[in-house]
Design a protein around this ligand. Structure first.
Ligand code: BGP
Length: 463
């Protein structure tokens, strides 16, 4: 076994989000967001019908939770601000209860030596904006810029790293193409408009930050699903290029290079799928916007092959017209979530970032493993999650390798700190360093939490 040492000052922590952890308390002034609405009005789409009301109760438990973070050695945590808690209605007025809550949380974290990484938008659009067209409506961009400015003003003195969005592709893809998130629309052109508007909102968020005197950093969190074609045959390689173009470069090039890929524009024009509302001013803003820090969420690879049959061209246009997914024989699966486990990808991601987008400091902002029925692994009152420890070790091994070769990676955040509610899956898959007992609300550290504490203390893993 060797000790793999990480760079001095490495960020060790975990990530969560407001909607997934806070819960609501009557009278706290929080407004409704699309998840509060969808999980109550479309309950059967959520595992066991569990709604956003039943979370890990960070809103009321935050003091003890910050102590729990410190107890496993975390030196940083990313969470998000709930937009509909801070600005509950269309008037734009700020909810003083929300200011009090977030200031208390970030102050406690700082006092405990846990650096607050704060994200502005984690999928949770306020309903008053969704009802007016949501991210399809340019007015949402203006509302977002106002919200971002309020956050910088109210919490800027307490936050070390800001992020404009978590996984900006998801509201577009899951909400407007793949029928997974509210408003459950299936229309590529509308999805493309949503993605473009979110990118413009990101730029306006960065611009609002640059107008402050804050010395913290601003960035964005992207999910990266690295593409692996079945073979080196030209048709498979082309399939891989198209998957990467639609699901990664469409966003990453815009954010990190300041422009949409020409190949993407060409294919959208060919199939008459260009979003209608894209202005020259917006494109100039995208070109001018620079971030300080990039977060990368990594869970799984995307294996693809050339299509074996023609797509149904009468149906809705889709990136899947250009590739098929490939179930590689022998691949390792996390059967609870139905996704492949492929730790090597973290090395590949680092290399690709260095090659395609050099110079941007980054960190792993989410990585982890969700397991169903985890209570079966409880022994002596503790979840014996050796599978999680192995999963984390393997991923950290490949991350370490990339860092040794010069990749500018500053930290690693596990998803997540305490088992939390999840989009659609509610509490099906458990991800935390702490177990949440849904019935009693009790939180108990898992074996992985104890292991993590040693990792942070040593700033190293044994591998
Ligand atoms: C990421 C999201 C998180 C979290 C995680 C786990 O994409 O940013 O919010 O939910 O995935 O996925 P899931 O909860 O669907 O299993």
């Amino acid at each position: 076994m060797t000790k793999l040492q990480f760079p001095k000052g490495f960020w060790w922590g975990a990530a969560t989000s407001a909607t997934q952890s806070e819960g609501t308390v009557p009278g706290d002034g929080k407004g409704e967001n699309i998840w509060d609405y969808a999980s109550t009005h479309y309950r059967n789409r959520f595992f066991n019908g569990v709604t956003t009301a039943q979370t890990s109760r960070f809103y009321v438990d935050h003091e003890a939770d910050v102590e729990r973070m410190a107890a496993i050695g975390m030196n940083s945590l990313r969470t998000s601000i709930s937009w509909s808690r801070l600005i509950p209605d269309a008037s734009g007025q700020v909810n003083p209860e929300a200011v009090r809550f977030y200031r208390a949380v970030f102050s406690q974290m700082k006092a405990a030596g846990i650096s607050p990484f704060v994200n502005l938008f984690h999928f949770d659009l306020p309903m008053y904006l969704q009802n007016e067209g949501g991210w399809e409506n340019k007015a949402t961009i203006t509302a977002y810029a106002h919200y971002a400015a309020v956050c910088f003003e109210q919490f800027g003195d307490l936050v070390d790293h800001w992020f404009t969005f978590n996984e900006p592709m998801i509201p577009a893809e899951a909400g407007y193409l793949h029928d997974r998130h509210y408003p459950f629309v299936v229309d590529f052109k509308r999805a493309a408009q949503v993605l473009h508007n979110i990118i413009v909102a990101h730029c306006q968020g960065v611009a609002a930050f640059r107008q402050t005197q804050l010395t913290s950093t601003i960035g964005i969190i992207m999910d990266v699903i690295p593409v692996y074609p079945r073979s080196q045959n030209p048709a498979d390689l082309k399939a891989g290029e198209m998957a990467d173009l639609f699901y990664t470069r469409s966003l990453n090039d815009a954010i990190l290079k300041g422009r949409y890929p020409e190949e993407l524009v060409a294919v959208l024009q060919k199939y008459d799928q260009m979003p209608g509302a894209v202005t020259a001013d917006e494109l100039a803003l995208i070109a001018d916007t620079k971030i300080d820090l990039l977060g990368i969420n990594y869970y799984r690879p995307r294996r693809v092959k050339a299509r074996e049959s023609e797509p149904n061209r009468e149906g809705v246009f889709s990136p899947e017209w250009f590739f098929d997914s490939y179930d590689m024989p022998g691949r390792r699966m996390n059967t609870s979530r139905g996704i492949e486990i492929y730790p090597e990808a973290l090395y590949d991601i680092a290399k690709k970032l260095d090659r395609d987008y050099p110079g941007v400091p980054w960190f792993v902002s989410e990585n982890g493993i969700g397991i169903q029925d985890e209570e079966q692994f409880i022994k002596d009152g503790m979840v014996q999650d050796d599978y999680r420890i192995e999963f984390l070790k393997e991923h950290l091994y490949y991350l370490h390798k990339a860092i040794q070769e010069g990749s500018h990676c500053l930290g690693y955040h596990m998803w997540t700190f305490v088992d939390c509610w999840s989009w659609m899956n509610a509490y099906k898959n458990r991800y935390g360093f702490y177990r949440l007992d849904l019935a009693t609300g009790e939180k108990t550290v898992k074996k992985s939490g104890q292991w993590f504490k040693q990792v942070v203390a040593a700033n190293a893993i044994d591998y």
